[in-house]
Design a protein around this ligand. Structure first.
Ligand SMILES: C[S@@+](CC[C@H](N)C(=O)[O-])C[C@H]1O[C@@H](n2cnc3c(N)ncnc32)[C@H](O)[C@@H]1O
Length: 367
């Protein structure tokens, strides 16, 4: 992997639309793909997944991460030779997937100037974001600034790719300071909200030299699976009734910027268009349909065994028996296990748990 260290930018002239406020050379701090709090992130399980792929999947050229979330799994296999296909239904995932897995040129200089500009913005005026999310998730000062930066991104972005990078940078910056336990089902009651650290955009560390082969989709996984073929299909769906659209509504709202009506204490917008079948009663049928229509050589399925928790929302939607039955209809099945401590919402009483990967060598690959 190409490691990118912080760079030094010299002062430059103003351009037409962007006032670059860098008067002296600035050291730009960076962030990495895994520097985000995300329910079900597989960052700490990457070596486990890599070991299984190394042992079981021979000569693969295409790796599809069809429920990509943060994208850390696809990024792990992004070596410049393997074609990575990454997909998710959330816009807030897509801008980050496009940033880390699609940027294929040296973006650092132009993006650094824009990030410096966005960080320099200041306002005492309210906007959509501060009116709904100020004095709760964010201090009023930060909320005003976040809203102002979001509008400015639309004005200063020269291309969709550049816009994705700036939105991704904003999203990681917002996640770092949000007054939450890592998701937006609720905010913490905090008398010191005014003392929140200022929101600061950083430069993403992108392995851009490996990105020329990759593809990103924003589709329902069951629709996409009918259109693509790949050697390795990695499947990491939500496993309980907690919808990702509920947990990350605020980030989705910020990225889409349609300024919808929000309601309730958590200030959620309408999310019916991004609800996942995998969190509902039809989860087993959805998985069966996905597997039946997969055109691939190998399948890896991550699925938790949280067992019966007191909190019903944490219980897995699909039983182990059904998973094995569905995969066996496709080929030979093996199960791999690893015990680890997961990032949870804090409501369930599960600490160490076993993470499983169900592996299937597909019997008659149609490739
Ligand atoms: C367990 S998370 C994936 C985490 C990811 N492997 C990582 O390490 O960051 C599940 C993801 O599936 C997405 N998702 C849920 N239902 C989906 C669907 N029907 N099609 C595509 N993506 C979906 C969610 O938005 C969420 O990002």
């Amino acid at each position: 992997m190409n490691r990118i260290s912080p760079i030094t930018i010299s002062p430059t002239q103003s351009t037409n639309s962007v006032r670059v406020l860098v008067d002296s050379p600035s050291i730009v701090q960076t962030f990495s793909i895994q520097n985000r709090r995300y329910l079900g992130s597989k960052y700490r399980l990457l070596s486990f997944i890599e070991e299984i792929v190394g042992k079981e999947c021979k000569g693969y050229k295409t790796f599809c991460d069809i429920f990509a979330g943060t994208g850390v799994v696809g990024a792990k296999f992004n070596d410049g030779q393997t074609e990575i296909i990454a997909n998710d239904i959330l816009s807030s995932s897509i801008v980050c997937l496009k940033t880390f897995l699609m940027t294929d040129g040296d973006y650092r200089k132009s993006i650094t100037h824009k990030i410096d500009y966005l960080n320099s913005l200041q306002t005492n005026e309210d906007n959509y974001f501060s009116m709904h999310f100020g004095n709760s998730y964010f201090s009023i000062t930060n909320a005003r600034k976040i809203g102002m930066i979001r509008s400015a991104i639309d004005e200063i972005s020269k291309s969709e790719q550049e816009k994705s990078i700036l939105l991704c940078s904003l999203l990681y910056a917002v996640d770092k300071i949000a007054n939450t336990v890592g998701h937006y089902d609720a905010y913490r009651k905090s008398p010191d909200i005014d003392k929140q650290k200022p929101v600061t955009l950083l430069l993403p560390e992108i392995d851009w030299e490996s990105n020329h082969n990759n593809r990103i989709y924003k589709e329902d996984a069951n629709a996409l699976v009918r259109k693509i073929k790949c050697d390795v299909l990695y499947i990491d769906p939500p496993y309980n009734s907690r919808q990702y659209s509920d947990a990350y509504h605020l980030l989705e709202n910020l990225v889409d910027w349609g300024k919808p009506t929000v309601s309730g204490i958590a200030k959620k917008m309408d999310r019916s268009h991004i609800k996942s079948e995998y969190c509902l009663r039809g989860a087993t049928e959805a998985l069966e349909d996905l597997i039946q229509n997969a055109n691939c050589k190998y399948i890896l399925l991550s699925y938790n065994n949280t067992g019966e928790s007191k909190n019903d929302r944490s219980n897995a939607r699909i039983s182990d028996n059904d998973i094995v039955r569905i995969l066996k209809a496709k080929g030979e099945v093996k199960t791999f296990e690893k015990t680890y401590r997961a990032f949870t919402t804090g409501k369930s009483d599960i600490n160490g748990h076993t993470e499983r990967v169900f592996f299937c060598k597909v019997r008659t690959a149609k490739l």
